[in-house]
Design a binder for this molecule. Sequence first.
Ligand SMILES: Cc1cc2nc3c(=O)[nH]c(=O)nc-3n(C[C@H](O)[C@H](O)[C@H](O)COP(=O)(O)OP(=O)(O)OC[C@H]3O[C@@H](n4cnc5c(N)ncnc54)[C@H](O)[C@@H]3O)c2cc1C
Length: 365
Amino acid sequence: MREGLLSGAVDDADIALPGMDLPGVTWRLGERAVHLDPSNRSVRLAGGDQVSAEAVVLAVGARPRRLPVEAPGGDRMPALRTADDTARLRRRLTPDAPVLVVGAGLIGTETSGVLRRAGHPVVLVDSAATPMAPLVGPTVAEWILRRHRAAGVDVRTGTTVQSLDRRSDTSLSVTLSDAAQLTAAVVLPALGVSPDTDWLADSGVLGDAPTGAVAVDGQQRVLGRPGLYAAGDAAAVPGPDGRPVRVEHWGAALAQGRAAARAVLADLGTGGPEGPLPAVELPSYSTYVHDTKLTILGWPQSATQDVALLGTPGDDRFAIALHDRHERLVGAVGVGGARAVNRIKDLLQRRASVDELAALRAATR
Ligand SMILES: Cc1cc2nc3c(=O)[nH]c(=O)nc-3n(C[C@H](O)[C@H](O)[C@H](O)COP(=O)(O)OP(=O)(O)OC[C@H]3O[C@@H](n4cnc5c(N)ncnc54)[C@H](O)[C@@H]3O)c2cc1C
């Protein structure tokens, strides 16, 4: 979709949500919540209106982190979040314009692929030596770097942007922390996101969770705050070791939204499911590294080591499993195919041991 928006093949009408006209739903579009009083579940909107409810679901998402350097004028450093951001970027991208992408995480990686396919020279800068390693493990992270280079991306690791200056009406001069000098028509910060929760700072719902997130239990209830729920990028759910973690993917946001709705219905006693509510499923998402699909399951952030599941990183298709320091499986990554990782979903869900994985592989060989 982002590729379509960037190329102009897709416009706002194509991505409008269908079914907004739901019975019983009142939309207050263009209005920001600015204050929450958890004691009576009351939210104040920027226009001054106060909205109270039996249940409040906090699903405010996240906003892009900013590049900590002074922005040059000329709108040549657009954010990468909304359709408007993409439209702004498209206006700046003349054919062959060189682009500097700062941050080689999921968004920087996908964006570099889209830009290379459109013929733009791309420099991809990241302060880490092996970007993406926390998300996919070191083996796949190394493969991603090789894949970028094979696709013509100029990858610079272990460095970052130190300063930006306007060079001309159409270009910027960039100085990196390793003293390298670059010229770019556009600089795209892809530095991840932070929960959009500043307005909740004095509400007491931002506890010990990762910065700015709202910690919830396995059914999306805000810890210690009856009647409050949180889901999506703004929420921190219990990770495999019970500690709160954020999962920044559409699939997780959808699953958590459904779980929050089930918990609301159960707590209000208005037709919720009978019996204990199921915990939110194993996180699962896919992304593209140039033309190769990656499928990522579980909680690779909690891993200390990876083991081969299928093939080797030189193959078109390979997969790895990731385990924690107790040799319990916490994640898996499939490159070029998802069958091998989907086959061990159950082991991941149960946090089975590496030995159990080895036994399964021996039995199915
Ligand atoms: C460039 C980019 C590419 C991505 N690509 C992928 C991908 O390929 N696959 C994938 O799985 N995930 C991807 N993601 C992540 C995915 O978009 C998020 O995980 C998902 O959108 C989170 O959903 P959410 O509902 O929690 O938050 P959002 O989708 O951010 O929605 C939050 C909403 O709350 C509104 N809001 C915020 N604050 C307030 C307030 N105070 N009052 C009222 N309203 C408020 C916002 O305007 C927004 O409409 C991508 C993200 C980005 C930025």
